[in-house]
Ligand binder design. Sequence first.
Ligand code: PLP
Length: 282
Amino acid sequence: MDWILHNDEFIREEELNISKEDRGYQFGDGIYEVIRVYEGNLFTAEEHIDRFYESAEKIKVIIPYTKDVFHKLMYDLVEMNEIENGQVYVQLTRGAYTRQHQFPSDTAPVLIAYPKKLERPLELMETGVHAKFIEDIRWLRCDIKSLNLLGNILAKQEAYEAGCFEAILHRGEVVTEGSSSNMYGLKNGVLYTHPASNLILNGITRRVILNLCADLGIEVQELAFTKTQALEMDEFFMSSTTTEVMPIVQIDGQQIGEGVPGELTRKLQEAFEANLKLTVKS
Ligand SMILES: *Cc1c(COP(=O)(O)O)cnc(C)c1O
């Protein structure tokens, strides 16, 4: 039986009591993070915690713990549940109050976190995956890791129904990101990805990858590219906390490059893994 974190208390699932008027439930009025656990260690935990606090600030919710206390709570959660390889899902809502759109003046935010065992998707990382272009119909604050995910899940479902692993979202001709991942194309040795603006969620994995590019001497252009340009890339991949560097070998049924994971994508996968081992050991 797993331990769940509820505010600053560790409880059993059957003890969890969430109000029918929790604003996360009624409005999606909250934020979340997914943090990867490799060999019992939280990977890039500080970066995720920083982003969690930034998202909270953007929606004007105050997290009632210091980052250090929060980090310790996440760490204890992983340890108490004996998670070796997995993830922690953590969400914070504005709290519960009689339903009204404006912020209640006196409600306490509600924090929930729980872990899950999860292996690395090594097979898919070898073969690569297929993706589908889908119009990005989301709002204009995609930089917030918000609980409002209808635009994301509708896109993912459409991709899934077409036999694809991920949706490649685009606003008009411009590719933004995935439904829960960031997107990259490589052309003539240069890596292109949408700049970290209000139109995408700046992934922690994205930041790791851009640092790895610097180490490997791969030129990076944080520039938006079009759907047409995407199809003409030599290599294409996506990234997220759970999918790492995931090659995309087909978009809308069209083969990208040779139709297999590209050479630089491979290099980035190797560098990511080496970085992960270093981080886990330290
Ligand atoms: C979480 C998320 C990502 C990936 O971020 P990571 O920190 O790398 O997991 C990308 N796009 C969206 C829309 C997301 O929600």
